[in-house]
Design a protein around this ligand. Structure first.
Ligand code: C2O
Ligand code: CU
Length: 476
């Protein structure tokens, strides 16, 4: 029986179409012996797939476990996760566990927290998942191309007691730039994309497929875990005829509320858990839209009610999710830092520091570096920390977007409270790991620097990141 098997580090694990849950293993070795371990095997390798269904061409993608997205990894809050990762790509890679507050050595940042995993090599990631919620995993090595070619998957940390819904679904949302022949346009790292809004595609997929329809039943209550795994596209999801309630953002619970402006806005890497009540008649059809602007909306797919009688006629209030063990920022004694974001087309940035030297913007742009954080453009993951933070202290970052573009800014290893935007306090002070800044916007975030290590702070528009929009903070 799986539960009796003792872990042996050299044991070969069966790989059947990707990850396989080996079961709850008793831990041998130096790690804490009191926590159950959930074990997966995960390999990255090229595969072929059809994004838009049977009559469309098969294209080459890079996958975890042969599927798009990669296998959904599930653990319970407080459990340890052990993933034996194997790189069967033709280039180096790493796996980053986006949003998980884990030990620095497991963060998957090449050269900074680990040696990249070479082709043919394996790496065992192992960490505790302290917070329930919706997370995801993806490479941090050349991520603009590795994520763009398909490498991403959901990591779900379950609440100790199931949240009361009829069913739940995870939607890993991808965005692809395909040519007329239905194949990839192979233009990763294009300078125009880097200097504007990234490599926006022309084909949106949900769980690796261009969605046909979403079949529902009248009277159902559904929890949707939405993950924006696109490199650059900002989504504004609108559920026509329905009133979704947002119950978690970036995995962290928030007081259930209606989405601001009626749409669920997700920049790259951002997640939202929503509760959707199927309040309409059997047989009815509604549209799910992406509404990126006042006058622009695109039909993504239809929500189709089957003809069966409603499961229920009235719906109770949407309950709040139980909270996670996050340290509350001590705002009275917070240390404030201003962090400026600059660069891109139409910017007033004249120069930035590259490799310790001041370089004028034209020279920078020609070499593909187009963005700077606090005046520094980063060529790779290892560089001088932007800030040194004292372990256990509260920090308030005032992020100032001096550019004409949007930036989903992500901090590794921590969750922060989103306090205000352009001076207006946020009604829910939501916990996030990625905050979306609009052009010229100024936002305040606060967090306790309670996780020691070198942590990336970067734009999750992966072309902006490639173009230098990356910094690190050192907590010690
Ligand atoms: Cu989702 Cu630095 O990553
Ligand atoms: Cu950006």
């Amino acid at each position: 029986m799986a539960s009796r098997v003792r872990f042996h580090p050299d044991r070969r694990q069966l790989l059947l179409g990707g990850a396989s849950v080996i079961g709850m293993l008793a831990v041998a070795g130096p790690v804490r012996a009191d926590l159950p371990v959930r074990e997966y095997s995960l390999a990255a390798y090229p595969a072929r797939t059809r994004l838009a269904g049977i009559n469309t061409p098969e294209i080459d993608v890079w996958t975890y476990g042969g599927t798009l997205p990669g296998p959904e990894i599930r653990v319970k809050k407080g459990e340890r996760l052990r993933v034996r990762f194997e790189n069967r790509l033709r280039e180096e890679t790493t796996v980053h566990w986006h949003g998980i507050r884990l030990p620095n050595a497991m963060d998957g940042v090449p050269h900074l927290t680990q040696k990249p995993v070479a082709p043919g090599e394996t790496f065992v990631y192992e960490f505790k998942c302290p917070d329930a919620g919706t997370y995801w995993y993806h490479p941090h090595q050349r991520s603009h191309e590795q994520v763009g070619r398909g490498l991403s998957g959901a990591l779900i940390v379950e609440e100790p007691t199931p949240y009361p819904v009829d069913r739940e679904q995870t939607w890993v949302i991808g965005d692809w730039r395909l040519g007329r022949d239905g194949d990839f346009i192979d233009d990763f790292g294009d300078l125009h994309d880097i200097s504007h809004n990234g490599r926006i595609g022309n084909t949106i997929t949900i769980n690796g497929k261009v969605p046909g329809k979403f079949a529902v039943r009248a009277g159902e209550r559904i929890r949707l875990r939405l993950i924006n795994a696109a490199s650059a596209r900002i989504l504004a999801l609108h559920f026509d005829g329905h009133q979704p309630k947002v119950v978690a953002l970036d995995g962290q619970p928030v007081a259930p509320h209606d989405p601001e402006g009626g749409s669920i806005i997700l920049g790259p890497a951002m997640r939202a858990d929503i509760v959707l009540d199927m309040t309409n008649e059997p047989g009815s059809v509604f549209t799910i839209l992406d509404r990126p602007g006042r006058n622009r909306s695109y039909r993504l797919f239809d929500m189709v009610y089957d003809s069966s009688a409603p499961v229920r006629k009235t719906f109770g209030a949407v309950p709040a999710l139980p909270s996670n063990p996050l340290a509350e920022p001590d705002l009275e004694n917070a240390v404030r830092h201003v962090v400026t974001l600059n660069g891109g087309m139409m910017s007033r940035m004249e120069s930035a520091i590259v490799d310790g030297k001041r370089v004028d913007a034209h020279t920078m742009f020609r070499s593909g570096l187009m963005w700077a954080i606090n005046g520094v453009a980063a060529k790779d993951h290892v560089h001088e920390p932007m800030l040194n933070l004292a372990l256990g202290k509260t920090y308030l970052f005032e992020l100032v977007n001096e550019s004409a573009w949007l930036h989903p800014m992500h901090l590794h290893g921590h969750a922060f409270r989103f306090l205000s935007a352009n001076g207006r306090p946020r009604p829910h002070r939501e916990w996030l790991d990625t905050v979306l800044l609009w052009p010229r916007e100024r936002v305040e975030i606060a967090f306790v620097a309670d996780n020691p290590g070198d942590w990336m702070f970067h734009c999750h528009n992966l072309e902006h990141q490639l173009g230098g929009m990356m910094a690190l903070v050192r907590v010690s």
